[in-house]
Every structure is written in structure tokens, then in C-alpha cells.
Ligand binder design. Structure first.
Ligand code: ADP
Ligand code: MG
Length: 324
């Protein structure tokens, strides 16, 4: 073993060998060639992977603890959007250099969120290079019970959790170099995945997605997968006062419709479930708002405050679109 690999194993042992919640279904965790995980026969494994790259998804020099939190939160948000219960994660970390203070803070942010949701870190990979973080999450859901994107039906109401556009506003304010309210900044840097809500909606929601790229684009994925359209009432969108005043000053709805990183859930459900869904909000600690309804006619119609249809000039962020 050379000096480099010795310090690599020392790094893994110090920061990543014992992270997250202990779980009886982890037969073998960090340290061997593979982790061994037990999946009960009646459950399906839900798997999702996301990469965060320095300079693209987060600022160079950003807070390491927040980055550890967010790199896991985005995956847990995907599990929430399927109605799956989080179980395990793996972490591929590419670092320009070893910095133990940075690693301790990163591991704290990752580990705290992992424990909150009962997730165990069971393996990963550690390499040297430009800073990037890839997290794969694994969740469990009763076979056949996961909520997919393709089940929306005409007449369903469209719902969103929380408030929309806060993370996008925080990002704009940071880029503008102005002061950013800490609570608003937290919406960008420390998103809280809607895990309990996602699970509670199994058997109620006909289709669901998490909002990572903005309501217009992400709801568009549900519409395309389900072969339906939707009408959204802009005046029904749940907005924080800060986003309301930005929309008023700019006359532009792109913050709630096409800015990313909200990590709220958007879901569809038949209108007869409306009272039940509304009553769930208090127990879950997040607002649930009906913002429109599914139509048979394909396409997304946005109705503005004057009741007239509005068009959306900028769609959600797409890494490979010509104008990204
Ligand atoms: P291999 O060469 O067999 O792929 P590695 O040397 O990459 O093994 O990793 C050794 C062990 O440490 C493996 O169990 C791997 O899953 C784990 N590991 C490596 N990097 C990380 C990390 N960043 N977080 C968690 N576990 C890790
Ligand atoms: Mg490896």
C-alpha cells in the first residue's frame, strides 16, 4: 500500500465509516468491496443518484456542512417524490485536496440529515480532482405502491407543498451581491426533503414529482408522462412575502415557475381527496396548496391575476439546452 492509498483509507475510516443511522438491514457497510443490504420480499428498492459540481451546483468555497446536507437532501427529495422510505446512501466524493476541517463539516451536515431520516451511509468512492459530490440514495416502498409521474388524470387537482421560488430568489440575491436573509438562504443551501409528505400521499396521489427545476418544467414531466395537460392559476401559487414583492417589482413570474432547488413536492389527486389532503398539512408542518387542475387537452396553461392566459418565456434549467 502506498502513502496515497493509506491516507485515503484513513480519511474514509475517520469521516465516513460510521455515518448516519444504524440499521439492522445493513449486513455489511463501509469497508469491504460491496455493501450487503437486505430487501424484504414484499418491498421494491427505489434508487436515485445526483451529482453536485463546484461552480455549477454550488459556489466554490461554500459552507461544507451545508453542502453535506444538500448533497443528501436532493436524493431524499427524489425518494419522497416516489413515496419511498429512505434507507441507505452511497457517496462518491472527488476532492482537490485533503482538508480535515472541511471533511468534518461535510460529514456533519451529511450525517445529521442521514440520522434524521434513518439513512445509513453504506459505501462510496473517494478520488482526487475538481470538487464534486455524487450521492446515490436507496429507499424502500411496498411493491406496486410507489407514486410515479404517469398517473395524472383529467379532473385531478394539482397540489404543491411549501412555498415556491425562495431558493431561486436566494440564488439571485447572492449573485447580485446583496444581503440575504438567513432563512431565505437556508431554503437554497439546506433544503428539507418532504419525506413524510411523500409517504403520506401513497394511495392518494395519482402522480408526483419533486420540484428541482421549477414548477413549469417539472409539472411538464408529469403532463408528458401522463398524456394530459393542466391549467395553473398563478394567483393560487404559495409564495413567501419576499417572492411576492420580487414578482411585483419585476412583473415576472419566473421565480416560482422556473427557478430551481425548491425541493417541494408537486402532486395530482382526484378532487374527492381535497379535504383529506388539506387536513394533512398541519400534521406534516408544511402548507399544501391546490394550484390548478389536470385537463385532457395537452399543454400547460398559466392563468394570470387578470384571469387571462400568460406565457412563460424561460422554462426550467436544462444543462444541455442551447440557451442554458
Ligand atoms: P474498492 O477499491 O474495492 O472500490 P475503495 O478503496 O474505493 O474500495 O473503498 C474502500 C471502502 O470504503 C469501500 O467499502 C467503499 O464503499 C468505502 N468508501 C470509499 N469512499 C467512501 C466514501 N466517500 N464514503 C463512504 N464510503 C466510502
Ligand atoms: Mg472504489
Amino acid at each position: 500500500m502506498d502513502e496515497g492509498s493509506r491516507s485515503e483509507f484513513d480519511l474514509i475510516g475517520r469521516f465516513f465509516a460510521d455515518l448516519g443511522a444504524p440499521r439492522a438491514d445493513v449486513l455489511l457497510g463501509v469497508g469491504d468491496d460491496c455493501a450487503l443490504l437486505e430487501v424484504p420480499a414484499c418491498l421494491s428498492l427505489a434508487v436515485s443518484i445526483d451529482t453536485l459540481v463546484a461552480g455549477i451546483h454550488f459556489f466554490h468555497g461554500c459552507d461544507a456542512e451545508a453542502l453535506g446536507h444538500k448533497s443528501l437532501a436532493v436524493g431524499l427529495s427524489d425518494l419522497a417524490a416516489m413515496g419511498a422510505a429512505p434507507a441507505w446512501a452511497t457517496l462518491a466524493l472527488t476532492l482537490p485536496e485533503r482538508d480535515d476541517d472541511w471533511l468534518a463539516a461535510f460529514a456533519r451536515g451529511f450525517g445529521d440529515l442521514a440520522r434524521t431520516y434513518g439513512v445509513r451511509l453504506v459505501g462510496g468512492d473517494t478520488t482526487r480532482g475538481p470538487l464534486s459530490v455524487t450521492v446515490q440514495v436507496h429507499g424502500l416502498v411496498r411493491s406496486g405502491a410507489a407514486v410515479q409521474r404517469d398517473g395524472a388524470r383529467p379532473g385531478d387537482l394539482v397540489w404543491v407543498s411549501g412555498t415556491l421560488g425562495d431558493a431561486g430568489l436566494a440564488l439571485r440575491l447572492i449573485r447580485e451581491g446583496g444581503p440575504v436573509d438567513p432563512a431565505l438562504r437556508a431554503r437554497l443551501e439546506r433544503p428539507d426533503p418532504r419525506v413524510a409528505l411523500g409517504s403520506a400521499l401513497r394511495g392518494i396521489a395519482t402522480a408526483m414529482i419533486d420540484l428541482s427545476d421549477g414548477l413549469a418544467g417539472d409539472l411538464g414531466h408529469i403532463l408528458a408522462a401522463s398524456g394530459v395537460g393542466a391549467e395553473i392559476d398563478l394567483t393560487a401559487l404559495p409564495l413567501s412575502p419576499a417572492v411576492v414583492s420580487r414578482i411585483a417589482s419585476e412583473g415576472d413570474w419566473s421565480l416560482p415557475l422556473s427557478s430551481g432547488d425548491d425541493y417541494e413536492l408537486c402532486f395530482c389527486a382526484p378532487p374527492e381527496h381535497a379535504a383529506l389532503i388539506a387536513s394533512m398539512a398541519a400534521g406534516l408542518g408544511c402548507a399544501l396548496s391546490a394550484v390548478g387542475c389536470i385537463s385532457a387537452e395537452p399543454g400547460l396553461i398559466l392563468t394570470g391575476p387578470d384571469g387571462a392566459p400568460t406565457s412563460l418565456s424561460s422554462a426550467g434549467y436544462d444543462h444541455f439546452s442551447n440557451n442554458a
